[in-house]
Design a protein around this ligand. Structure first.
Ligand SMILES: *Cc1c(COP(=O)(O)O)cnc(C)c1O
Length: 400
């Protein structure tokens, strides 16, 4: 794969007519090392955030040994890239055939669930030919917790509530060699107190169930940094999670896990797009809602932008973007601040698209292709380059 210093060099060399994804392996490696060294437990990479085999290998090379996979396709993909990784099937609703294949063909032992029906499915699908229950199941009961502190809710679809949890934990304990509790506070959780609240619920569920708990998995939700969304330092999240984990009534050797997706890969990729047309304060660009900019269109996410031409001299103004398909919904309100004199034919780099960006591209309307190159410059924002030195610690303390 061709390497370039930065996006400007790519545009100068290729004048590309198709959108281009730029990957920064050094940024993903740095994020992986940060979690491996600083999170007080085990960090699983949530593959759905970006299933690129290159990225998965970078994370592995930098110490990430466990992977949160949510479909049989993610199981197969991750296993084919990393024969020795530990895969954990953390989608609480799976098909029998997916469970069976994961267990018998790919060595998956850890499964999450949020209902008795799913427990029965897992137990049945992992029985051997003689009808014996699997002796080595590691089960993880998913608890429903609040998403109130997160930019994207994950509260309504999965998780059992506090009324159901004790009975489900007791029932699961009978089939589990190792039993955990997991939850997800929602993506881009803007304060560590999201995890404190969720761990309080976890405590209530465990106390009521009075079963031995071997593992607590605080899920994903760790933020990255975007325009208008500057989270407190991740160290503050780790510290509070650690404190509240220790106070739980669990086995003395219980493990602490987390499942970051976004925080491990947001900085990995950016996107170069071409302006095809300008209409007032609207720019028609060649990627959009059905491409890497799904979140910019559908959940109004703000991504950083910068122009790639050197001859733009006017001050910035706010623009909205249209994507390339013929669909009105292919619209990104932004606002995106770019020089007033930007015009058709110019190029723009859109940053922080490594998580839920590069992974979202579809072929709808014939606009799916994108070449990928490696660049060496810094991502447009970073939680890991030392530029954000605990600026909001006081703020966090005062919230307690
Ligand atoms: C999506 C998902 C994650 C990753 O979430 P982020 O907000 O990207 O960190 C982790 N665990 C589960 C079960 C998920 O569904």
């Amino acid at each position: 794969m061709h390497h370039y210093p930065d996006a400007k060099a790519v545009v100068r060399d290729l004048s590309p007519d198709e959108p281009i994804i730029l990957n920064r392996p050094h940024a993903a490696a740095r994020a992986a090392r940060f979690f491996v060294e600083k999170f007080p437990g085990k960090s699983l990479y949530a593959v759905k955030a970006n299933p690129s085999p290159d990225l998965i290998r970078i994370l592995w090379d930098n110490g990430v040994t466990h992977y949160d996979v949510a479909s049989i396709a993610e199981v197969r993909l991750t296993r084919s890239v990393l024969p020795d990784a530990t895969l954990c099937f953390m989608h609480p609703v799976k098909s029998r055939s997916a469970i069976r294949e994961a267990y018998f063909e790919h060595g998956v032992r850890t499964f999450s669930l949020d209902s008795s029906e799913e427990l029965a499915k897992i137990v049945e699908a992992t029985r051997d030919g003689d009808g014996n229950d699997a002796p080595d199941l590691r089960l993880c009961v998913r608890l429903r917790v609040s998403s109130e502190h997160a930019a994207l809710s994950l509260a309504s679809k999965f998780g059992c509530d506090l009324i159901e949890a004790p009975a489900l934990l007791q029932e699961s304990r009978q089939f589990a060699d190792w039993l955990g509790v997991c939850f997800h506070v929602g993506s881009q959780a803007m304060t560590p107190f999201a995890y404190v609240q969720a761990l309080d619920r976890t405590r209530a569920a465990i106390a009521e169930a009075s079963v031995v708990i071997d593992m607590i998995d605080v899920g994903g939700g760790f933020p990255s940094v975007y325009p208008g969304m500057e989270p407190p330092p991740l160290e503050d999240y780790f510290k509070l999670i650690h404190q509240h984990f220790y106070a739980l009534p669990i086995a003395y050797n219980a493990e602490l896990w987390c499942e970051p997706g976004r925080a491990l890969c947001a900085e990995y990729s950016s996107l170069v797009v071409k302006v095809e047309k300008r209409r007032g304060d609207e720019l028609y660009i060649n990627d959009g809602a059905y491409g890497a900019l799904f979140d910019a269109a559908h959940v109004d996410w703000k991504f950083p932008v910068r122009p790639l031409e050197d001859d733009l001299i006017k001050p910035e103004m706010d623009f909205a973007f249209y994507g390339p398909t013929c669909d009105d919904a292919d619209y990104m309100p932004g606002p995106f601040a770019l020089p007033e004199d930007i015009q058709a034919g110019d190029y723009i780099e859109i940053g922080m698209l490594g998580a839920y960006g590069a992974a979202m591209k579809t072929d709808f309307n014939g606009f799916g292709s994108a070449e990928r190159f490696i660049v060496a410059d810094e991502p447009m924002a970073s939680l890991y380059d030392g530029s954000r030195m605990r600026p909001e610690t006081d703020n966090v303390v005062s919230l307690r």
